[in-house]
Design a binder for this molecule. Structure first.
Ligand code: ADP
Ligand code: MG
Length: 267
């Protein structure tokens, strides 16, 4: 299946997006546009997971990281996922982010089936629809802040001429315009996380997935990063899924889930 076809499938599911920010783009395959997929309307289904399992084999032993997860996440929802270490939270985010396929069950993202998609399709979905933020920031130490943000375009495989300008705009959005030339080692933890957030957002994903994004930040910096996440959630109608151990972070979400022993419950 060509990417254009799958995009249109997603667009149909996304619903008549007139009036939404990106709904009026007529040419989803335009090479210079890294974000051809319209953002689904708030309330339409962003994710549908049905009886998802993920098993790993470790020294002959089978580990059930996800054990029959059925879950619907509407577009635009702000979801927090809590639960004990080893409960399957990172595994679930990897499945949501098209980094990994489930062992069984089905996962759709805006109507696009991720469980049966081939690697190329998963790569395209990941690059165009999903932004990731991690606890450890995962910045390249030898690159400046703006160069780190620009790596998102290389990952998306998009050949455009305005990467630098858009990366600077993304840094400006997170309040770091004047630090664009600094390397990660010259930035505080909160500033590094803001660079990582700019990198996740610069390709204008429909979904932002964050795995313990405030886990290595102090409380004041944590609140700043959460304010930013919530600000972009509001502005862009993003679907936001945040894994957190911090109940102050979870309390800010619209919906709270607990994931333990590979099973999800609503809190
Ligand atoms: P959490 O993020 O909630 O701490 P994870 O999703 O990282 O949980 O892990 C869930 C379970 O799956 C754990 O038992 C973990 O050891 C196991 N697991 C995760 N990734 C792998 C892997 N690549 N290989 C083997 N086991 C894994
Ligand atoms: Mg984890």
């Amino acid at each position: 299946m060509s990417r254009a076809t799958t995009d249109r499938t997603g667009a149909v599911d996304a619903g008549r997006a007139s009036g939404t920010r990106r709904g009026d783009r007529a040419t989803p395959d335009h090479r210079s546009d890294p974000t051809p997929d319209p953002t689904p309307e708030r309330g339409s289904t962003m994710y549908q997971l049905t009886d998802v399992t993920k098993t790993y084999r470790r020294r002959g032993e089978v580990v059930r990281a996800l054990d029959g997860v059925t879950l619907t996440i509407p577009a635009g929802q702000r979801v927090a996922i809590q639960g004990p270490t080893g409960g399957g939270k990172s595994t679930l985010l990897q499945v949501l982010g098209a980094l990994d396929r489930p062992t069984s069950g089905s996962v759709t993202l805006a109507g696009h089936d991720l469980s049966t998609a081939r690697d190329r399709e998963l790569t395209a979905v990941r690059a165009r629809q999903v932004g990731f933020v991690f606890q450890g920031f995962n910045l390249v130490p030898t690159l400046s802040a703006v160069e780190n943000v620009e790596t998102a375009f290389a990952a998306a495989g998009v050949d455009a001429t305005d990467h630098r300008r858009r990366s600077l705009e993304a840094l400006d959005r997170v309040g770091l315009a004047e630090r664009a030339g600094h390397r990660p080692g010259e930035l505080s933890g909160g500033q590094q996380q803001r660079v990582a957030l700019a990198r996740a957002l610069v390709t204008e994903p429909a979904v932002l997935l964050a795995d313990e994004p405030t886990g290595s930040l102090d409380e004041a910096t944590r609140d700043e990063v959460m304010d930013l996440l919530e600000g972009v959630h509001r502005e862009r109608g993003l679907t936001l899924v945040v894994v957190t151990h911090d109940s102050a972070v979870a309390a800010r979400a619209e919906r709270r889930l607990r994931l333990a022993a590979g099973r999800v419950t609503e809190l």
